[in-house]
Design a protein around this ligand. Structure first.
Ligand code: NI
Length: 136
């Protein structure tokens, strides 16, 4: 049986009204689910710093493949960490830009390191890692 713990919180009227409006737009039926998601998100963010938990997630990067050696450098990094990269999807966005989505899994700290290396490579225009713990 699932254990549920109820708690009360005090929030400014304006803040909770704004929050209610915000979560309604996002499709939440009630505050509880929205707050649960915020808590989970916060715990996952902090797990990067702990670096000890197993995570699974996606890294999205956008880059210009005409940039000298960039494709080669990104490819080398990905091969170096092949055991953490489950799959890669490459989309040619236009004549210049490529979008790549990598599915990665492993220890949080390692996944964050790989993501930082790829995002930090000169010429990568945009990058974002979205990951979650495998177990809550
Ligand atoms: Ni491409």
């Amino acid at each position: 049986m699932e254990k549920i713990k109820r708690f009360g919180i005090s929030v400014d009227k304006d803040l909770i009204e704004e929050f209610d409006e915000h979560i309604k737009k996002k499709g939440y039926k009630n505050r509880s689910e929205a707050i649960r998601d915020l808590i989970r998100d916060n715990l996952v963010s902090d797990s990067w710093e702990l670096g000890e938990v197993e995570v699974i997630g996606t890294l999205t990067i956008v880059y210009d493949h005409h940039k000298r050696d960039l494709t080669k450098v990104l490819n080398e990094i990905q091969h170096k960490f092949h055991s953490n990269i489950v799959s890669v999807t490459h989309v040619h966005m236009d004549e210049h830009n490529c979008l790549e989505v990598l599915i990665m899994k492993g220890i949080g700290e390692k996944i964050k390191t790989i993501a930082d290396r790829l995002i930090g490579t000169k010429g990568v225009k945009h990058g974002k890692l979205v990951a979650t713990k495998k177990e809550f």
